[in-house]
Design a protein around this ligand. Structure first.
Ligand SMILES: Cc1cc2nc3c(=O)[nH]c(=O)nc-3n(C[C@H](O)[C@H](O)[C@H](O)COP(=O)(O)O)c2cc1C
Length: 192
């Protein structure tokens, strides 16, 4: 399996309106593959404007926020490509689409890095950050997974939150737990 980097991808549409979403970039030699599922704004944008910006951030509120309807994160213009990046990114890559491998579910946009820059220091690993990212992925897959598996994973991830979370991780976790609570209420409804 190739290495995958979980990051914040910004794309723009033909009129320059930006879209932000967490995506996993897949290592591809010297380049990276962006693989958005059909249908998605990221996919539509990449077909129209073949550039993406990957903002690497340790602020996991952005991951949890984007998938819980909180997409209003400060963005600034990219340096070389048409697009924007997270203002608070630690580092960012500006990507140009070189080719597309079509697929009914998940087309693959093969990209090369045309520019990269570092803005702030990396301040070490934190288990709660990893737990938030895992939980964010889980939240996007609630309809596909058996409820027992979801509950077992949450129980495990909660340990890292309880032991190592700072304020940003706690906020991110609380946003995800709102979604989990709504899902639990749905599960409890008759017929489910
Ligand atoms: C850590 C993480 C990685 C993700 N990776 C992908 C991905 O590679 N492809 C994808 O389509 N969605 C991925 N998702 C889900 C998208 O962020 C989410 O479905 C998003 O809204 C995409 O649709 P949009 O472009 O219409 O916003 C990921 C979510 C998280 C939290």
């Amino acid at each position: 399996m190739p290495r995958i980097v979980e990051t914040i991808v910004t794309t723009i549409d033909a009129s320059g309106v930006s879209h932000i979403a967490p995506l996993g970039l897949i290592a591809d030699g010297n380049g990276w593959i962006v693989a958005p599922f059909q249908p998605s704004r990221t996919l539509d944008n990449l077909r129209t404007v073949p550039f993406a910006v990957a903002s690497h951030t340790d602020d996991v509120r952005v991951f949890a926020g984007c998938i819980t309807g909180r997409r209003d994160w400060p963005l600034i213009a990219a340096d070389r490509v048409r697009g924007v990046r997270l203002a608070e990114a630690l580092t960012h890559w500006e990507l140009e689409v070189k080719s597309v491998t079509e697929d009914e579910q998940r087309p693959r946009f093969h990209c090369r890095i045309v520019h990269q820059a570092t803005h702030a220091p990396f301040e070490g690993f934190n288990r709660a950050q990893a737990a938030v990212i895992e939980c964010a992925v889980l939240v996007t897959r609630l309809k596909m997974l058996p409820p027992e598996k979801v509950e077992a994973e949450l129980k495990y991830l909660d340990i890292a939150i309880a032991k190592t979370a700072g304020e940003r991780e706690q906020v991110a976790w609380s946003w995800l737990m709102e979604r989990i609570d709504a899902w639990r209420r749905d599960q409890a409804k008759p017929g489910n």
